[in-house]
Design a protein around this ligand. Structure first.
Ligand SMILES: C[S@@+](CC[C@H](N)C(=O)[O-])C[C@H]1O[C@@H](n2cnc3c(N)ncnc32)[C@H](O)[C@@H]1O
Length: 405
């Protein structure tokens, strides 16, 4: 049954503007959407949800929507067509647009015909670029179609309890009092799964630092590092500190974590997050020419959460489907190999490190580790874990725990 709902023109215009920023001006989807939402503070939470959700879903299904429009073009930069594409998307979602003046004539029969045709080709059905489908298929073979299907879904929202401030049980209780239902996640101690999508950042419990938003698969990475309180830990690619904060929690806010990155603005954000989380054992430090050399043989535990293709997190960052280029993939593999080789020297003899990515490609994962171990006989593999989006419902990750003799 079609939904006959009056569509508010500014909301459709906002989606159109977001699509132009993402596809024509090449802005990142999350930045484009949050900028547009910020510029209109009067919109209520339902309107914000409508804009954000439909924009993300359109980016996620961009090839399919364009195909149904009659253009199999993953790189459609013709902003003049975007209003029609929004119309097609809303028809997919069951809206009746026949009396809406916001859209031109929409040929529903043709759209349905094309949609049926798209079923025959997974690249169109699940909206992925040809090169990406070919590359991943070549590397992971028969498991790719199931992973692709899983990566085409909307990502679930997982919270990570900040146990420095509150217990898991108390947080569940507090959230329940506000009708925010969460459930525990089997196998991931610190994770809670949000049952109904909402803006959790507006909750008082977030502002008080009782939880962070972090995928359950990502939470498994810091768990694997076998960290003890009082240790000296180095997080060498800390970014804004998603995993740094988790490790600081595991250490019960004791010991010391040096959080490194090459981008200063991320470390500035990490400082704000540490403060909100009530953590004082984190020391952010910008990487300069001699930083890595000076840190040689100083870490009991080392996390190398290296930059990667992000092919495991397409649910969360759907614009990467269109923005990632094969040349970047080759470049980033080189960066990963260099980081693994050079930064591993930071580890003390007898220490442990984790090499991790949010990719599902073996060439960024186990192949990198195999090459490193072959060239560095004083390091050995303790265990590795691959998080499959299809099997877990989480994002896709790889993590290897490596010891130094
Ligand atoms: C996968 S992200 C890290 C995410 C972060 N650990 C988290 O949990 O939120 C990889 C990070 O590596 C940083 N990076 C890129 N090149 C680097 C290098 N040569 N040395 C250290 N960090 C680097 C990037 O700025 C980025 O923040």
């Amino acid at each position: 049954m079609s939904k006959v709902i009056k569509l508010f023109p500014p909301l459709i215009e906002a989606i159109e503007k977001a699509l132009v920023e993402i596809f024509v001006e090449n802005r990142k989807a999350d930045k484009a959407i949050s900028g547009i939402l910020k510029s209109n503070p009067k919109w209520g939470s339902r309107d914000r949800g409508f804009i954000a959700e439909n924009t993300y879903d359109m980016v996620r299904n961009w090839r399919l929507i364009n195909f149904c429009y009659g253009k199999d073009d993953v790189n459609n930069k013709l902003a003049g067509t975007y209003r029609d594409l929004i119309g097609i998307w809303l028809v997919f979602k069951g809206y009746d647009l026949s009396n809406s003046s916001l859209f031109g004539k929409i040929d529903i029969e043709k759209i349905n015909e094309r949609r049926l045709e798209a079923e025959k080709d997974r690249r169109i059905k699940y909206s992925v670029a040809d090169w990406m489908d070919e590359k991943i298929s070549e590397e992971i073979g028969v498991t790719w179609p199931r992973e692709l299907e899983a990566l085409s879904n909307q990502a679930e929202v997982f919270l990570r309890v900040n146990t420095t401030k509150i217990s898991k049980e108390d947080l569940i209780k507090l959230l329940k009092e506000k009708d925010v239902e969460v459930s525990e996640v089997e196998g991931v101690e610190s994770a809670l799964l949000l049952q109904k999508r909402m803006n959790v950042f507006s909750l008082e419990e977030f502002r008080k630092g009782f939880f962070e938003v972090q995928d359950a698969g990502s939470q498994m990475i810091s768990e694997l590092l076998d960290i003890q309180p009082e240790q000296r830990v180095i997080d060498a690619c800390a970014g804004a500190g998603g995993k740094t904060l988790h490790m600081a929690n595991i250490m019960k806010n004791k010991g010391r974590i040096i959080a490194l990155d090459v981008e200063e603005h991320k470390l500035v954000e990490l400082k704000t997050r540490s403060k909100r989380n009530g953590l004082s054992n984190i020391e952010p430090k910008l990487i300069e020419s001699k930083t890595i050399k000076r840190l040689r043989d100083t870490a009991d535990r080392l996390l190398l959460d290296v930059p990667c293709s992000g092919l495991g997190v397409l649910k969360r960052n759907p614009d990467a489907k269109w923005k990632l280029k094969p040349e970047f993939l080759e470049e980033i593999k080189q960066v990963q190999a260099t980081i693994l080789q050079d930064y591993s020297k930071i580890l003390k003899s007898g220490g442990k490190m984790v090499y991790a990515t949010c990719s599902i490609l073996p060439s960024e994962n186990e192949k990198q580790v195999e090459k490193f171990l072959a060239n560095n006989p004083d390091y050995f593999l303790i265990k590795e874990n691959k998080v499959s989006p299809a099997k877990s419902g989480f994002d896709g990750f790889y993590m290897a725990l490596i010891g130094r003799v």
